[in-house]
Design a protein around this ligand. Sequence first.
Ligand SMILES: Cc1cc2nc3c(=O)[nH]c(=O)nc-3n(C[C@H](O)[C@H](O)[C@H](O)COP(=O)(O)O)c2cc1C
Length: 153
Amino acid sequence: MPRLLVVHHTPSPALHSLLTAVLDGVADPALADVEVVTRPALVASAADVLEADGVVVGGPVNLGYLAGALKHFFDQIYYPCLEDTVGRPFAAYLHGNDDLTGGLVALEKITTGLRWRRVQPVLGVTGAPSLDDLAACRELGAVTAATAAGLLG
Ligand SMILES: Cc1cc2nc3c(=O)[nH]c(=O)nc-3n(C[C@H](O)[C@H](O)[C@H](O)COP(=O)(O)O)c2cc1C
């Protein structure tokens, strides 16, 4: 059974709504064969990543960088996964108040180092999530799950 791993740091209602929308997207009946494993970034492990066919990462930008919990996740999994997850499909959403630049740059650097395959542009959301933002999260979840299942390129 194809498996999608959703790694998230969710410290506020805004981020909770984004995570929920991602999971709603994966709940599409067309993706019923995909197993979804959801892990807070502070407890997600290298084994979780190694066992997944696709990964969604989401959380805040803090102090001009990825939130510490997301950095901790990548710090932990980087070398254990480096050789064995090349080409892993992934997508990501980042949330902040006004400036996501440092987080977007960091995410690009880290995932380029891991040689993961981004299935769509990183979704950046600032302020209160709009209906369009939530729809984009649903699509992000669905597209990543479908790619993990081999239903998309
Ligand atoms: C210590 C701290 C630093 C932050 N730094 C940034 C930042 O550099 N850029 C940004 O857009 N938002 C920043 N934020 C806002 C958070 O990203 C935001 O609080 C988080 O995404 C949750 O959203 P919410 O507070 O609207 O619920 C920061 C928040 C905190 C607490």
